[in-house]
Design a protein around this ligand. Structure first.
Ligand code: GLA
Length: 343
């Protein structure tokens, strides 16, 4: 047996600093891959995919071309099955899954599992192709019409940088994170119940706005007046202003070196949270209270819900140490990789 058959595949989770519910209409987002993720270690061989985990319950045992990924049990196996169904790998894999990402906390544990699985199953293509495959896998596994942000952040992460992603061209531009800024993730403790159907409804409103108005990332706010339906108009207002906030945030972040720059980033985060809460309705009282509590603490520049919403986590930007004891400091990290390990 060839030594290279034993491999370790790792994919990070992500936190999104700015630009939520923009990827489904080809907009802009600014996530970063984080130093928490999913690792698969094992042997590429045979005609089954067999995985067990210290982090997820039950065993996954699948053929190379699973027919109904969304019905696989245990549930975490659906993401593995989604990847296998998209990839139709030539060889199976037998190994273990270890995750340092808390599931349900909105840090893209499913995207990390998909990306690590694709690499373990020998998918060897550039990050954009990896992300596209895993986005399709997620949609197949969960039935949720997600965008590409999570998978692309996991695949294309750059240490010390956030990623300015254009979800139309899929261009990824790394933006350096200032050393004087700490990124802290605070879990709201509310797992994202009903996130699937609620997410789909929000994505549909954003897409309805894009169908009426055209590419939302190119429009300014005056265009929303043309939308009659109030709920679609609010979605248009969110997406148009959020895309602009991503541009402003990325530009300010790239040159940030003073507390007034950091305060400006914080203001954009406050505006983003309000827009997600008021115009899209994806916040909840727990997330709102958490953001309100964090932003009045000394040394905190800003906070907002991150990711889909409906629960999950809040992200805060602060002076190093300002939120010690609250949440978790995360580092901007490099993206997914696969390497051979000695047998
Ligand atoms: C989830 C989806 C992403 C994105 C965010 C909201 O994480 O998987 O594609 O839409 O929500 O920004």
């Amino acid at each position: 047996m060839n030594e290279a058959d034993y491999i370790k595949a790792y994919a990070p989770g992500r936190v999104n600093l700015m630009g939520d519910h923009t990827d489904t209409t080809g907009g802009l987002a600014l996530p970063m891959a984080i130093d928490l993720g999913v690792t698969l270690v094992g042997l590429r061989s045979g005609e089954r995919i067999s995985l067990r985990s210290d982090s997820f319950e039950g065993k996954v045992d699948l053929p190379l071309n699973p027919k109904s990924p969304s019905r696989v049990e245990p549930k975490w196996g659906r993401y593995v099955a989604g990847v296998a169904a998209e990839l139709e790998p030539a060889r199976g894999f037998m190994g273990i899954v270890v995750s340092s990402l808390p599931a349900g906390s909105g840090l893209s544990s499913s995207a990390a599992l998909e990306v690590a699985t694709a690499l373990a199953l020998d998918f060897d293509s550039p990050p954009v192709e990896l992300a596209r495959l895993c986005q399709r896998a997620e949609q197949r596994a969960s039935g949720v019409p997600c965008g590409i942000m999570d998978q692309l952040a996991s695949a294309a992460g750059v240490a010390g940088h956030a990623l300015l992603i254009d979800c139309t061209t899929l261009a990824v531009e790394p933006v350096p994170m200032p050393e004087a800024l700490e990124v802290v993730v605070v879990d709201s403790g509310k797992a994202r119940a009903l996130a699937g159907s609620a997410y789909a409804a929000v994505a549909a409103r954003c897409q309805a706005a894009a169908e009426l108005l055209g590419a939302l990332a190119k429009l300014d706010i005056a265009s929303v007046d043309a939308v009659e339906d109030e709920s679609v108009r609010a979605a248009a207002r969110h997406v148009i202003t959020e895309n602009q906030r991503v541009r402003d945030f990325a530009k300010t972040l790239a040159a940030a070196n003073s507390s007034s720059d950091f305060a400006q980033l914080g203001q954009l985060m406050a505006d983003s949270h309000r827009s997600l809460a008021v115009d899209l309705g994806v916040s909840n009282p727990t997330l709102d209270a958490l953001v309100a509590d964090l932003i009045q603490r000394p040394g905190v520049y800003g906070a907002r819900l991150t990711g889909a919403g409906f629960g999950g986590s809040v992200v805060a930007l602060c002076q190093p140490g300002a939120l010690d004891g609250t949440g978790r400091v995360v580092q901007a990290s490099s993206g997914a990789f696969c390497e051979s390990v000695p047998a």
